[in-house]
Each structure stands twice: as C-alpha cells, then as structure tokens.
Design a protein around this ligand. Structure first.
Ligand code: UD1
Ligand code: MG
Length: 475
C-alpha cells in the first residue's frame, strides 16, 4: 500500500460518478442501471472498486432516480452521496466534499464505464503516488475519439498535462488529438478541495466540468499527469445504445474466452450470451445460441443444448440440457436430463438421474431421484418422490381459481398417461394410477386408482352408419 510523506498509510477513497441522467440513451431508466453483461453498468464499476478498497471507502454519487440506483446496488455495502441537482462532474465532487475530504487520495471512477479493471485502478493509484502528482488522469488512444474530452500534454511524450478540452470546445487543431480523457482520475484530496471552488459553469452546457481541474491545478503549479490505459477498450463509456451494445459484446466475448481458458468448451462463442457472474465447471460443453444468465452455476461434464435460456439456475455435474429448454431459478442435480423443450419455472428441484422431457412444464416442484416426466406434462406445486414414472399428458390441477394446492406423489408410484391429479391430493408409495384417471381423492400405498368412464363398444355401429349414408345418397 502506498505511504504518505509521514509514512502513515495513505487513506484512499473511491468516488463513483453516477448521478447523471444519460440523456443520450433516450430512456426512462437511469443510465447507470442500464445493463451490460447482464448487470447494471454501476454494479460492474463497484465490483472492480471493491477489489481495490473496502466498500466503506467507496462512495457512489447519485442523483437522477437516486432511490432506484441506491436500491439496485445497496447490497454492495458502499456509501452514497446525493447530488440532487446534476450540475456537472465537477459539481458532483463539490457535493461529495464532506465525505471525501478526510481521505488523502480520491480515485474518481465513472459509473458508466464498466470495463474498468481492478488492475487499472491500482495502476492509476500507484502511478499517481510515484509521480507525487496532485491530479492524475487515465487516458486512452482511440481511433474514433469523437465525444470524449481530449488531453493536452505539455510536450509530446511528457507525462505532464496542461488541460483537458471537452469535445464541444475543441479547436480545429485539437480535433486531431486521439488521446482522450477516460473519466478516471486520482486526486490528492487537499489540492483538489482547496481549488475546486475555482470551477466555473461558464461553458457550453452550463455545467461544472471536473475536467477543468487539470488546467486549474496546472496553473496553480500543482503537478497534473496522464497515464495511458494499457487496453483502450477498458475506458469505453456507455453513453448511447450503440456504445452499450459494443461494451456488452466485448464483455461477453471476454467472458467466453475466460471460460474456455478454464476448460469449458463453447461452440461458436459469438452466438452465446453468458452473463458476467455465471460459473461453469471444466469439460462442460455449451452449444451454439445458448443464453446463461444471472447467477447460473453449472458443474463439470455437463452439456447445454442450443437455444436453451437458463436464468439463475444451479446445475450439477453431467447434467444434459437438450435443445430449447427454458430454466429459471431452479436446481438440477447431477446426471439429470432435461428437454428437448422443457420449462422449469422458479422454485423447482430436479434430483439426481431424473428425466424431464419434451414439452414438460414444472413450477415450484420437486422431482425425486431417478423419476421421469418425459412427455407433455404440467407439474405445479408438487412433491414427487424417487423412481416415480409420470406418464405422458399428466396434469396437476394445482389452482382452484383462488388458491394453490399441493400434489404429493410418493416413491415408486406409476402415473398412467393422461391422468389428472386434482390437488390437494396424495398418492401413496408404490401405487398405480390407471391411464386417463382423474384423481380427486388420496390414493393409499400399493393400490390401483382407476377413475375413468367404462368403455362401451357397439359392434357393427360404424358399418351400419356407412351403409345408411350410402342408401341416402342413392335416393
Ligand atoms: C466525461 C468527461 C470527458 C471524458 C468522458 C469519458 C467531463 C466534463 N467530461 O464526459 O472529458 O472524455 O467523461 O467517458 O467530465 N455525472 C454525475 N453528476 C453530474 C454529471 C455527470 O454524477 O452532474 C456522472 C454521470 O452519471 C456519468 C459520469 O458522471 O457516470 C460522466 O458523465 P457524462 O455525462 O457521461 O460525461 P461525458 O460527456 O461522458
Ligand atoms: Mg460518459
């Protein structure tokens, strides 16, 4: 950890600018809550920041839709500063002065630039300390620098910065500069807050630009230096929908590359949508066009078939998910198999070696070890034991129009095809339900329940009908 002159540890705060509206997104939702990699922009920045300092030293400056933003990231344990009127990035730090001035160094991150890594934040911190600067800004060389503030270095090749010029104020000569201000800074708190009142809102937007601190501090003979990011994509900001999509693609491809490096096979990674927090064990195969979202965790040696969409599920080793399954907030244990075309709604548990097949929907249900529901079935609010066979077309009637009721099917039960189980109902261990039975009462263990109308056969009926029709025609 860097030290101050007096050799006591440097107290470092991270301020994340997150109060802006994000006008360019043309959205009803605050900019920093727009998602990339399946998570709000701000959540990514907080995740990187918390790898550098403890959450209690991180302050998000919030304003536009502050309550929503706060609620979305409160679980991270960071602090918040309210900038109720958003009068610019410089104004954001003026408002945060009471929270930040007790620190030695303030690292400023942009809440809309989610590709920043902990390593780069640490490089910025260390470079700032080594140059004994009052302000250090992170920069990047961009092929297309349009929209970003440009960095005026004192001399080419020197670390020293004269000023940052915003896009709208660029002279024709300055428009040729490709080194942009990334919107990440390290400040010594003392010079920052003793000069911040010199910012003026006398510019195109009538805002207090934090970027003007570079010229103010440089004029006051304080050291202002620039550090170029090693990977320019890290500084990309999501100001427009197009930029959000670019960042999202970047993040997802990087996620696939990391998973492949860890031993996961991903066929056609460009077609897969895998959220940042997903975890997958080695030797698992992800087929093309798979979406793995939220906090999904998949074990080893599993296979996820094309067009499956899996939201926050826990999936064990050697599970087979065939084509086209939609699985939400559920657990699937080792060696179970799903699909093709199965649907798990939230709250399901599919136990070891169980099978859920074609066009089967489950909701808040548990299917025990080795049990099977292979075709065209709905199981809602049900508890199904081990080695149960649920025949094709079985339906639990769990809803009476007012309340939901439970269906319990004990171990070893055989449910014949096209059965209807009207809940609440219990089928005892080892019982048989004859095909097409409507079960309205509990079935004792080891018994047979048969509840369908008896078949009537009228011999010769069809032949007679045909002959009658023929005679009619001949008339
Ligand atoms: C800013 C920089 C620009 C830089 C770019 C990098 C300024 C004046 N310009 O421009 O030099 O190249 O970032 O991405 O700083 N915010 C607040 N309070 C406010 C205004 C903004 O918290 O009053 C927050 C926003 O929510 C956002 C961040 O500050 O997260 C940056 O604001 P934004 O409007 O995106 O600035 P840029 O125009 O991108
Ligand atoms: Mg921006």
């Amino acid at each position: 950890m860097p030290k101050t002159k007096h050799d006591s540890p440097t107290r470092i705060a991270i301020a994340i600018l997150a109060a802006g509206k994000g006008t360019r997104l043309k959205s009803r939702h605050p900019k920093v809550l727009h998602e990339v990699g399946g998570k709000p922009l701000l959540a990514h920045v907080i995740a990187a920041a918390t790898r550098v300092v403890p959450p209690t030293d991180i302050y998000a400056i919030i304003g536009h839709e502050a309550d929503r933003v706060r609620a979305a990231v409160a679980a991270s344990g960071i602090g918040f500063v309210l900038q109720s009127e958003q009068r610019g990035t410089g104004h954001a730090l003026m408002v945060a002065r009471p929270a930040l001035s007790p620190y030695d160094v303030v690292l400023v991150l942009s809440g809309d630039a989610p590709l920043i890594t902990p390593q780069t934040i640490e490089r910025l911190r260390d470079f700032h300390a080594s140059r004994k600067a009052a302000m250090t800004l992170l920069t990047a060389e961009l092929k297309n620098p349009a929209g970003y503030g440009r960095v005026l270095r004192r001399k080419a090749g020197s670390d020293d910065v004269q000023a940052i010029v915003e896009q709208k104020n660029l002279s024709p000569a300055q428009q040729k500069i490709h080194e942009i201000n990334a919107g990440f800074y390290a400040f010594d708190a003392q010079p920052l807050f003793s000069h911040i009142d010199q910012l003026s809102a006398n510019n195109h937007h009538g805002e207090f630009y934090l970027t003007d601190m570079a010229a103010i501090l440089a004029k006051a003979r304080q050291r202002v230096v620039a550090l170029q990011a090693s990977h320019s994509h890290e500084v990309l900001g999501g100001n427009t929908r197009a930029e959000l999509s670019e960042i999202d693609q970047h993040m997802r491809l990087a996620k696939c590359q990391q998973l492949m490096a860890d031993g996961v096979t991903i066929l056609y990674p460009q077609t897969c949508v895998i959220d940042s927090d997903v975890e997958i064990g080695s030797d698992t195969v992800i087929e093309p066009f798979v979406q793995l979202r939220g906090s999904t965790r998949i074990g080893s040696d599993a296979r996820i078939g094309s067009y499956s969409v899996i939201q926050s599920c826990e999936i064990g080793d050697q599970v087979l998910v065939q084509t086209g399954c939609v699985l939400e907030h559920s657990t699937i244990k080792a060696r179970a198999s799903m699909g093709p075309y199965s649907h798990l709604r939230p709250g399901c548990e599919i136990c070891e070696d169980a099978h859920v097949g074609n066009f089967v929907e489950l909701k808040k249900s548990r299917l025990g070890k080795g049990s099977k529901a292979n075709h065209l079935t709905y199981l809602g609010d049900s508890e199904i034991g081990e080695k149960v066979n649920v025949g094709a077309g079985t339906i639990t009637c769990n809803y009476d129009g007012v309340s939901k009721h439970k269906t319990i099917i004990e171990d070893g039960v055989f449910v014949g095809s096209d059965s209807i189980l009207v809940a609440p109902v219990r089928v005892g261990r080892g019982a048989y339900i004859a095909a097409a039975t409507t079960v309205t009462e509990d079935v004792p263990p080891d018994s047979l329940a048969l509840g369908r109308a008896r078949q009537i056969v009228k011999e010769g009926w069809a032949k007679e009908k045909r002959e009658k029709a023929k005679a009619q025609k001949a008339k």
